[in-house]
Write a protein that binds this ligand. Structure first.
Ligand code: GLV
Length: 329
């Protein structure tokens, strides 16, 4: 039987599925440090990860490893150049999380705009003594302009919801989406700078790459309206968190909603002390149904990638399909 490592805690029924095909080493504890991960991968044919960094050194320490299945749509934890050089297949879990993640983007954006978290904390602190006409005045979402940076599948699901709120949609993306999609979403393409100047609520839904590092920093925040909100459901590192905390503290923008952070699970200490930010611990895809779908899809990818099960050799979501069928190097 081939051997696999499941590097993170995961639904036990998915472990049972994997056990039908593999000898499973399950780390049902904290994320493994790099040396321990490499040690546990040394005799494995495959692995199921969730954000664990896999680079050239880890692959070199695991000469049998042929497939690494990430339980996430984002795979910036994989060094894909190293995967390609070693003929190791990487897979991810796109699509099953689009709608759930778009729902959450709206939840964060609306919470930021309408000051839900900030006013809730104030109430819990026992500070609510009287109704006041100017308590926690926020920004309207309906009728405003939504700015989506990253118009992929999740960005489109997010933009589609704007119709019910009678919003204008502007977007920025590496390349323009097809005219039919622009028409369906009633979305106008803008440069990043023009979008930041125009939008009332900016939502980031782009993948993290070296080029996207600090896509939003001090200069970009300076372009935004003082009444605007910024929501990040994409990846830590896309926003310069220190610059954002300063802009929030000085009210250069009104509020932010953040689900992802530079260096998470650590959070920049300044973000923990500014009141006008809604903070959540990387849970945008965390509905019960969607996390189960992601875990099962990650298992499907691993099973098929390692050449067993009903889709043997045809994993649903290969990131680098060119390596399929090539010998490990
Ligand atoms: C979550 O962050 C994902 O990439 O799926």
């Amino acid at each position: 039987m081939q051997k696999i490592l499941v590097a993170r805690p995961i639904f036990p029924d998915v472990i049972e599925r994997l056990k039908q095909h593999f000898d499973v080493d399950w780390n049902n504890g904290d994320a493994l440090p790099a040396d321990e991960l490499a040690r546990r991968l040394a005799d494995k044919d495959g692995a199921l990860t969730a954000g664990d960094p896999i680079g050239a050194a880890t692959l070199a320490a695991a000469p049998r490893l042929r497939v690494v299945s990430n339980m996430a749509v984002g795979y910036n934890n994989f060094d894909m150049a190293a995967f390609n050089a070693a003929n190791v297949l990487g897979t991810n879990t796109p699509d099953v999380l689009n709608e759930t993640t778009a729902d959450f983007g709206w939840a964060l954006m609306m919470a930021a705009a309408r000051r839900i978290a900030e006013s809730g904390q104030w109430l819990r602190a026992g500070r609510w003594e009287k109704w006041s006409f100017d308590s926690f005045l926020g920004a309207d979402v309906h009728g405003s302009t939504l700015g989506v940076i990253g118009m992929g599948r999740i960005g489109q699901a997010l933009a589609r919801r704007a119709r019910g709120f009678n919003m204008q949609v502007v977007y920025h993306n590496r390349s323009r989406v097809a005219p039919a999609i622009e028409a369906e979403l009633n979305a106008q393409y803008l440069s990043k700078e023009d979008l930041l100047r125009r939008a009332d609520h900016v939502v980031l839904v782009l993948p993290y790459t070296a080029e996207n590092h600090h896509t939003i920093g001090a200069a970009e925040l300076a372009l935004m309206k003082p009444t605007a909100t910024l929501t990040n459901i994409a990846r830590g590192g896309i926003v310069d968190d220190a610059a954002l905390a300063a802009a929030l503290r000085e009210r250069r923008i009104a509020a932010a909603g953040l689900d992802v952070f530079e260096g998470e699970p650590k959070v920049h200490p300044d973000l923990l002390t500014v009141p006008n930010v809604v903070l959540t611990p990387h849970i945008a895809s965390a509905s019960d149904a969607t996390r189960r779908a992601m875990a099962n899809l990650a298992a499907d990818n691993l099973i098929a990638g390692l050449g067993v099960g009903p889709r043997a050799g045809r994993p649903p979501n290969p990131i680098n399909p060119d390596v399929i069928g090539k010998a490990r190097s």
